[in-house]
Design a protein around this ligand. Sequence first.
Ligand code: NAP
Length: 259
Amino acid sequence: MDLGIAGKRALVCASSKGLGRGCAEALAAEGVHLVMNARGAEALEAAAAEIRAAHGVEVITVAADITTEQGRAAVLGAAGDVDILVNNAGGPPPGMWTDWEREDFIKALDANMLTPIALIKALVPGMIERGWGRVVNITSQSVKSPIAVLGLSNSARAGLTGYVAGTARQVAGKGVVMNNLLPGIHDTDRATALDGGVSKAQGITVEEARKQREATIPAGRYGTAAEFGAACAFLCSQHAGFIIGQNVLLDGGAVNSTL
Ligand code: NAP
């Protein structure tokens, strides 16, 4: 299927590795030029070089912390006008409900709620002016089904989800399509770090922790960044124009609900 987005420009935040990288790769495969971002310059440059070589698209890189005002200013300055925005950043650390103080919540809200909102506010007006745009926010399955140890993530992502639900409907008539993609467990560094947390908490090996977590997924395995990227590219495509303000779960069936 031709997604009809060749020649468009996308900003993919937090995209040197993992799910962001999967989205960048899938968009580049459709001929979309990229602005890629991550904090670490080395992995970012390596990812950008691989994508340029594989897909022949332009890739601008900005090494910056997207969760800071300064980082966002650097990214937005380099990006200029973009047609597609993929919001992403690292997730907050796990813990117990008694662990988290006001400062921890502020940090999580800054990273996983207020940063995507700031980028939406900066870039969507240009999309509206040009009459076409796509926004995909990477959130989490925890929006639909809480993950107890990720209380900071549950809270911040629920806030973003509420904002997007209303905003997507305000901009839909102007040609801007905004949706959330909700990853279940995917095979990335983040998933490995969480396997490590389970291993420590239960006194089992990391391999045993992974097996235990895989057993909770009806598909029997972790998802891949490539699968995730393909879904993102579709939501950014010409064919997604009637999909507004949705929360699309990619979790191998892990969330046990009918709707
Ligand atoms: P990952 O494999 O750890 O990759 C994170 C990417 O984001 C890296 O490129 C990292 O590069 C970049 N990054 C992190 N913090 C950043 C920041 N402040 N500014 C700019 N770039 C930043 O993580 P992932 O698994 O792809 O997860 C992506 C998001 O999905 C996270 O919010 C995670 O909580 C959420 N999620 C993941 C899963 C899963 O199973 N993988 C499930 C549910 C939700 P640098 O470190 O160099 O900055």
